[in-house]
Design a protein around this ligand. Structure first.
Ligand code: IMP
Ligand code: MG
Length: 174
């Protein structure tokens, strides 16, 4: 089987939208400090670019949870691979995700993080696949809604490949 990538969201469009979300967050939290929690590895590019577009004091933290193995189908099994190094008590937390698909990963993660007593908690995702949702998860900030296709690039992988593409593309198996 050969793989082909069809461009869905180009680099410029992506960066323009990230700047808009950064400006929106800067307005919404005016006078406050925000703690961005980047969900590794997929959200790394997005979270770093987003943090540069926020004009408030920002803490950038990283954690890793996984619900996917080396396939394109959600297993429903979630594993905490790397926890935060800092407490989030009394902080304005924004969880930054690459894509919300079934919503299982985020639902689990939100319950866990809410229990740690943040001042507020919101969800920001680069991509949203609302058609695929099986649990009720509603992001507060969405970069782009995407169709029910497997997408790669700008942090998103297929078996750990394609994360480094500077755009979002649809993976086509020929
Ligand atoms: P969920 O728990 O089903 O919402 O899965 C979310 C996670 O699955 C994301 O953080 C991604 O790591 C992965 N994922 C879901 N859809 C895609 C896709 O189209 N391309 C690459 N990874 C995906
Ligand atoms: Mg992910």
């Amino acid at each position: 089987m050969s793989e082909k990538i069809r461009v869905l969201i180009g680099e410029e469009e992506l960066n323009r939208r990230i700047a808009e979300i950064g400006a929106q967050i800067s307005r919404d939290y005016e006078g406050e400090q925000v703690c961005l929690i980047c969900i590794l590895k997929g959200a790394a590019f997005f979270a770093c670019e987003l943090s540069k577009r926020i004009t408030l004091p920002v803490n950038l933290e990283f954690m890793s949870v996984s619900s996917y193995g080396a396939s394109t189908v959600s297993s429903g099994v979630i594993e905490m691979k790397r926890d935060l190094e800092e407490s989030i008590e009394n902080k304005n937390v924004i969880v930054v995700e690459d894509i919300i698909d079934t919503g299982r990963t985020l639902k689990y993660l939100f319950e866990e993080l809410r229990g740690r007593g943040p001042k507020s908690i919101k969800l920001c995702t680069m991509l949203d696949k609302p058609q695929r949702r099986v649990v009720d998860v509603r992001p507060d900030y969405v970069g782009f809604e995407v169709p029910d296709e497997f997408v790669v690039g700008y942090g998103l992988d297929y078996s750990q490949r394609y994360r480094n593409l500077p755009y979002i593309g649809i993976l086509e198996m020929a």
